[in-house]
Design a protein around this ligand. Sequence first.
Ligand SMILES: *Cc1c(COP(=O)(O)O)cnc(C)c1O
Length: 369
Amino acid sequence: MLTSENKIPCLDLNKQHREIKKEIFEAFEKVYDQTAFSGGHFVAEFENHFAKFCNTQYAIGVNNGTSALHLALLALGIGPGDEVIIPADTFIATAWGVSYTGATPVFVDCTNDTWQIDPARIKEKITAKTKAIIGVHLYGQPFDIDAVKEICSEHDLFLVEDAAQAQGAAYKGIVIGCFGEMACFSFYPGKNLGACGEAGGITTNNETYYKHLQSLRNHGSMVRYYHDEIGFNMRMGGLEAASLSVKLKYLPEWNSKRRNIANRYQQEITNTKITMQAQPGWAKSVYHLFVVTTEDRDKLIKYLNQNNIYPALHYPVPCHLQKAYKDLNYKEGDFPNAEYLAQHCLSLPMYAELTDDEVSFVIDCLNNY
Ligand SMILES: *Cc1c(COP(=O)(O)O)cnc(C)c1O
């Protein structure tokens, strides 16, 4: 039985890092002894592992997921005057990737049940300036890739996957990361696969993009001190890469533990005041987050906090209503589903190391609400 001292947060990174501390520190020591701190051998090794994991020809390590999106769009030649379609309900970095290139993000509403980009709403947003669609595998669940791809081929648009939350998720039985021109990953510590530090990556099957990305992340240079274009310093660090190679081995196990917890929430939470993300048959989610909605969110959060459960909000303001994008002139009411989600969502505790008792406690509390 759980006592009141056991705080159950939305995410706890401590348990996982204690369990693998020795292995991670051994990996750090190798990097240290070789002083391979920036790029280099350990990054290349992780890139090979990660490309295999995603079944792609290439993977490129960069310094974070936001840079991954930025560089992927640059490699596609996207820039000022162009438009890129993205869902309104995503972490803001999806939009940053577009804005950094000088292009304009064009937001689209989500469906009212899966909370993924709504393919039926995309067409009305396509103009002569549209160059690409970024689909986000939100909360770890793949979006409807085939439906979005069909729109892309009809209108000659690029598809980029924002896979920041979905390492290891599968669409119709195929691991995501290989469906678009490129897929962008974040290895922020809180993601399903998170570095001990900041990191990100891009997967692709296209050699031209791969080579261009290698140059872009490294000062626009393929031969040291010869710069073919204005590039960036966005390399992945060696310590981060070494920690990721260790953790990648455990990712399938961690993801399956998350799935087990999600299955229990889905089957055992019977309170009709709580609505869960719909899981289409083709989606195998890795449950980066377990988001639910409820009419009176403040009341539910207060009740859970009284029981020592601390949910989080992902995300309280949809992208189109963020101050940063006020010049784009969106207004409340533009995207009812994304706005409803922002106002009513909360994220239940979700991480691989939650114990059966903790999960039972969360379920009991929710059913007694
Ligand atoms: C985390 C995240 C990013 C950005 O990744 P960083 O590594 O934090 O820069 C981009 N898109 C989505 C959907 C994310 O969740």
